[in-house]
Design a protein around this ligand. Sequence first.
Ligand SMILES: Cc1ncc(COP(=O)(O)O)c(C=O)c1O
Length: 376
Amino acid sequence: MSLDVAAVRAAFPILSRTVRGGNTLIYLDSGATSHNPVQVLDAERAYNVTSNAAAHRGAHLLGEEATDALEHARARVAAFIGADPGEIVFTRNATEAANLIAYSISNAATGAPSGGPATGSPLVLGPGDEVLITELEHHANLVPWQQLCQRTGATLRWFPVTGEGRVDLSDIGTLVSERTKVVAVTGQSNVTGAMPPVETIAAAAHAVGAIVVVDAAQSVPHHPVRVGDSGADLLYFSGHKMLAPTGVRALWGRRPALASIPPFITGGSLLRAVRMQASTSRPPAHRRQHGQPAADPVEVAHDVRREEHGGPPCDGARHRAQELAARRGVQARGRLVEEPRRGRDQLVRPRQGRRVRRRPGLLCRLKPAGGRDRRG
Ligand SMILES: Cc1ncc(COP(=O)(O)O)c(C=O)c1O
């Protein structure tokens, strides 16, 4: 199926603006953040114009509508990744989701607040325990684990990367051991595009009783992900990389995994009963969701992405870059990691070559050597 570039451009109002020199905007930085199509912008405005209220708080019509919108969005997001709505926690970003997990785990070590894990949880980390990641992680899935280890005295270990930019599993038998308590891996690297075999890593981790966390910030926008088959116990991704507005992301967790870690941020929207002496928490997914999340636009984003464009904007950018490369005889620069396992090639970061990078109006992640990118 050929991509209707004009229709895609028409759906994104921002693409109608020009950039420096009056050039047409070409946006190839969707791996960092995607733009909002008109359907998402309209839905967000409609929600604010007609139904804005505090979900799960206001006992009036608007409160009901806001609650319905939020829970509808939760159900749609859950369906999108094959999960149960009660397993979806809305967070503000992927970084927050990773920190939420890491801080929840250290809360288990330091004495759980209300709703925390049973004592004796395998997630009570201390000296001698290990957290295992890969050398390919985004900072969001690296620094929270470094700090968790600093707080608890556990040791951080990692799978190295091969010369090809893939995760090197040759030492998995040594790296995953009885000491391993948490394995946190990327579903798809934002650096090389490699997709580590999460199922294999998860099987080894589960065999020693470790919990598996997957950073799916790049994989969920690009591939159909069914959480049940993924091997993950906790998995998070970012709405802003898949057409949703900034500030809407999701964390998924199997119920036992969510139930096994105590809340991180407590207060508004998490509690069932509050007394001056102590409070009791709501069910596992709700007790991790602090304050008011955004609701409506998430589901619209998913609808638009899947049903109207037949693919995410990143696909459009990839497609366009490939077309350009083919038409102009441009060579791809940077590492192109093929992932035959999923039958799809990945163009990683917009390193489409010197000529494409010089194209007026093109906004991509890399800046030309030696300075600020003034092209756009
Ligand atoms: C693989 C990966 N993980 C996490 C993040 C952080 O995402 P967020 O901006 O939603 O915190 C990114 C952002 O680029 C990413 O590419």
